[in-house]
Ligand binder design. Structure first.
Ligand code: 13P
Length: 367
């Protein structure tokens, strides 16, 4: 029995300190600090480094390819990911790459499996393990992320393939009467079950509760919804015995909705984002790696830079961007082998810029 609980029993107390009136905490439910997962989580958010999200599902990468008139064949997807992952010097700014199920099984042009190539380059291989956001039953306009069935077995296979960390994205929509508490609860529960399974199986979970930018809501509303979401997510992580020093949080920034007439400026976004995170994210979490969520590439760097210029925070603040790192690379590559180097240069430019932003040293402006 837990020491505090047995002391309470000796003193004849009928309610439990810390635990409220609930049943006593079983022994062994707590998590020890200082394991390999702790070091992996710290390495993911090491100074000057962030994560490249290259885990688009086949459907999503198909849309990205359509925008540059490239067919989404397995070989084109492999060639594109090969271009990104083999960018010279990538490990100077990138600690880890999130891959999709198809990608983690593919290889570089010379036949080296991508996870092996990354590991040798000093980059942690990561894997998206959710199977996507689906309509939430009886909740019009809201979604819940699926993928828990068979997850323990899939994690074991991904570890075998060389993965060191994982990602699961939950999506919260802001609307006139949204989000519902039901939607936040369902997504937080799934995120927590995923995170516990990852830690049990030897992967560091990236916990991604994304409050979408879509809509005409104000920045204040984004703050309110993100705060509520984080509070429910961290309560669920605690209930599911997730060790906070062995995870990375991947949140949205606090932004005006895309369709709102008043678009908050860079300093306001940085101040509101930090205020929301300080209210809701325990200091034991080693790092926060933002998603870009549809912000332009330079704007995402400016926001990250402004936050890191505000002085030290309890956690590292870095990037785990998809579109904000890849869009310029995709546009330069255009599906042509001859543009491989141009694609790599474009990717590197964003990685270098965000590495600087993660240290408050970014100097370009979105304008
Ligand atoms: P964006 O940066 O394009 O939002 O993608 C990040 C991500 O991994 C979303 O799950």
């Amino acid at each position: 029995m837990n020491r505090k609980v047995s002391a309470a029993l000796r003193q004849g107390r009928t309610s439990w300190p810390i635990l409220g009136a609930g049943p006593p905490l079983e022994q062994g439910a707590g998590q020890l600090m200082g394991t390999d997962l702790t070091s992996t989580a710290q390495a993911m958010v090491a100074s000057g480094k962030g994560v490249l999200a290259a885990d688009e599902s086949t459907a999503t990468i198909g849309k990205r390819f359509a925008s540059i008139n490239v067919d989404s064949t397995e070989e084109n997807r492999r060639a594109y990911r090969d271009t990104l992952l083999t960018t010279p010097g990538l490990s100077d700014a990138v600690s880890g790459v999130i891959m999709y199920d198809e990608t983690i099984r593919q290889s570089t042009a010379d036949g080296t499996p991508f996870p092996k190539f990354l590991e040798a380059a000093g980059i942690l291989p990561g894997i998206k393990v959710d199977t996507g956001a689906k309509n939430l039953a009886k909740a019009d306009g809201e979604m819940v992320t699926e993928g828990l069935d068979g997850l323990r077995e899939r994690i074991a296979e991904y570890v075998e393939l060389g993965a060191r960390f994982a990602k699961w994205r939950a999506v919260i929509t802001i609307g006139d009467h949204l989000p519902s508490r039901y939607c936040i609860d369902a997504n937080a529960h799934a995120l927590a079950r995923y995170a516990a399974l990852c830690q049990e199986g030897g992967l560091v979970p990236i916990v991604e509760p994304e409050v979408l930018m879509d809509g005409d809501h104000s920045i204040e509303r984004c703050f309110e919804v993100t705060e509520a979401t984080h509070r429910v997510v961290f309560a669920a992580l605690y209930e599911h015995r997730v060790a906070l020093d062995q995870m990375v949080l991947k949140p949205n920034m606090i932004l005006s909705g895309k369709g709102n007439a008043r678009q908050a400026g860079v300093d306001e976004v940085a101040e509101q984002t930090i205020a929301c995170l300080r209210r809701t994210v325990p200091a034991e979490v080693p790092g926060i790696a933002f998603l870009s969520g549809g912000q332009g590439a330079a704007m995402a760097s400016e926001h990250l830079n402004a936050m890191n210029s505000m002085g030290p925070q309890p956690w590292a603040l870095t990037f785990s961007y998809g579109r904000a790192l890849q869009d310029p690379a995709l546009a330069a590559w255009k599906g042509e082998t001859s543009n491989r180097e141009a694609g790599q240069q474009a990717l590197w430019a964003r990685c270098e810029a965000n590495s600087a932003a993660s240290q408050g040293k970014y100097t370009e402006t979105a304008a």
